[in-house]
Design a protein around this ligand. Structure first.
Ligand SMILES: Cc1cc2nc3c(=O)[nH]c(=O)nc-3n(C[C@H](O)[C@H](O)[C@H](O)COP(=O)(O)OP(=O)(O)OC[C@H]3O[C@@H](n4cnc5c(N)ncnc54)[C@H](O)[C@@H]3O)c2cc1C
Length: 439
């Protein structure tokens, strides 16, 4: 592994210069044998199509252009604006407004020269290297990157389905569902009960449901102080549990009751009309019910035949090329990325690695070796932040955490420390949004 200074020298020698150095914020790449620019091995400019303008797709599109501006990069994303899930819990609490967490694709177009097409990919012909769009167009590619996020296994919870999400939101894809939950929380009767049901592993953003609990509690403490929050969990433990529980007790007293799977948290079914949740240990009637269903790779990954029998996409964990279809790469929540959690930070880091791998492949060079990174801040209160960070490397083909690199916030820290981490959380959001969409 190269040390930072030698890495910088190596990057300079390859001609990547400042562009590649920018990747250091999200992942570290040793660019053995990769040229900075120039024509790809293919005749004419290489064509790379990226599907999905979330954290993974926006990252890979931008960094493909920065690593080799001659590549013709097309990003296909149906929405003109993208409300991020990171920060959406803060929005529920009223700490930030919707604009704060809404991004667009202007900088990718105008500053980086990415062709942005607002459409949905309806089919992938991996053998013929073509994608079909919802507007009927068929586009050819040399390399395809797929970052479609997640979909839900609604059928895993009896009584829950896509038909009832307008009454019982999951709010686990940000947008109208987030707006709905925001309104429901505010319309809840004084002293009412908010019930949230987090899924089993693996799922998008392991601390996400618990940050949501915290942010809903923050809102209730200020506006509905006798409200109750019941967490019916499909698991017996969760990410940053000790830190969350410490913060909940400190900030919200007995407002929050967390019930693990083994003590009756696992739900059997729900009655959508009465917002009642049934478990082996009893029934819970909610005023506001937030079900977060178990998850699988985004629909396109299934349509394109990229998934394994568990519903996620197996990839070469060095390059992110699909193990099923050559020349198709899968990044972000849909892929199996070893020990990396499904997070926006992970997806952005994978996007940079994947971009470097594609540039190498197009130039007939060896795939780069990499370090991936994840950092995940959560707000427990408006001035109370906690975090987990990790660095990852490839070991025998699988992404593993680097021992003693990263860690979690200390337990028992004072208010000034928690406030500092809350400030870092806002700073993290600003800098990743700046990296992917605003610079
Ligand atoms: C409440 C909550 C809080 C979170 N907080 C954090 C956090 O603090 N930090 C963090 O790092 N992560 C956080 N996450 C996780 C983060 O949102 C995801 O891990 C991240 O969005 C994954 O990126 P992605 O590119 O895989 O998918 P997404 O960001 O979901 O992007 C997928 C995109 O693909 C598009 N798409 C799908 N199908 C097609 C198709 N057929 N054609 C064209 N486009 C298509 C979609 O429109 C979408 O824009 C949070 C998640 C939640 C739910």
């Amino acid at each position: 592994m190269l040390k930072r200074r030698s890495l910088i020298k190596a990057l300079a020698a390859t001609g990547f210069g400042g562009s590649a150095l920018a990747t250091l914020s999200g992942c570290q790449v040793t660019m053995d044998g990769v040229k900075a620019s120039g024509a790809s091995a293919a005749k004419g400019p290489a064509r790379v199509i990226v599907v999905g303008g979330g954290f993974g797709g926006s990252s890979v599109a931008k960094y493909l252009k920065r690593f080799d501006s001659s590549i013709n990069v097309t990003l296909i994303e149906p929405q003109k604006t993208y409300m991020t899930c990171p920060g959406s819990n803060w929005y529920l609490a009223g700490l930030v407004d919707a604009n704060y967490i809404t991004q667009n694709y202007d900088a990718l177009k105008t500053k980086h020269g990415v062709n942005v097409v607002h459409a949905t990919v309806t089919a992938v012909n991996a053998a013929g290297k073509k994608v079909t769009l919802s507007d009927g167009r068929v586009l050819d590619y040399d390399k395809l990157v797929v970052s479609p996020g997640i979909d839900f296994k609604y059928e895993a919870i009896q009584g829950y389905s896509a038909d009832v999400i307008d009454q019982i939101p999951h709010a686990y894809k940000a947008g109208p569902q987030t707006e709905l939950l925001y309104k429901q929380i505010r319309a809840m009767p004084q002293g009412g009960t908010f019930v949230i049901c987090p899924p089993g592993n693996p799922f998008r953003c392991p601390p996400g449901p618990y940050e949501r609990v915290s942010m809903v509690a923050d809102y209730f403490k200020k506006n509905n102080p006798t409200a109750k929050i019941i967490v019916l969990d499909a698991k017996d433990k969760f990410s940053k549990q000790g830190l969350f529980v410490e913060g909940w007790q400190q900030l919200y007293g007995d407002m929050i009751k967390w019930i693990p799977a083994s003590e009756g948290g696992k739900i059997n079914r729900i009655d959508a009309k009465t917002k009642t949740v049934y478990t082996d240990f009893g029934d819970y009637k909610a005023d506001v019910l937030n079900i977060i269903p178990p998850q699988k790779a985004g629909k396109l990954a299934f349509d394109a035949g990229l998934v394994n029998d568990k519903g996620w996409c197996p990839v070469n964990q060095q390059t992110f090329e699909s193990k099923i279809h050559p020349n198709v790469y899968v990044i972000g929540d849909s892929c199996v990325a070893g020990k990396m959690p499904k997070s926006g930070h992970s997806a952005a880091s994978q996007g940079k690695m994947c971009a470097a791998s594609i540039v190498s492949a197009l130039q007939g060079k060896n795939a780069p070796t990499a370090k991936n990174v994840n950092t995940c801040y959560s707000l427990v209160g408006s001035d109370y932040g906690i975090s987990v960070a990790a660095v990852y490397e490839l070991k025998e083909g699988a992404i593993e955490g680097v021992k003693d690199a990263g860690g979690v916030s200390p337990k028992g820290a004072d208010a000034a420390f928690r406030k500092m981490e809350a400030n870092y959380a806002y700073g993290w959001y600003k800098s990743i949004a700046m990296d992917l969409w605003n610079s």
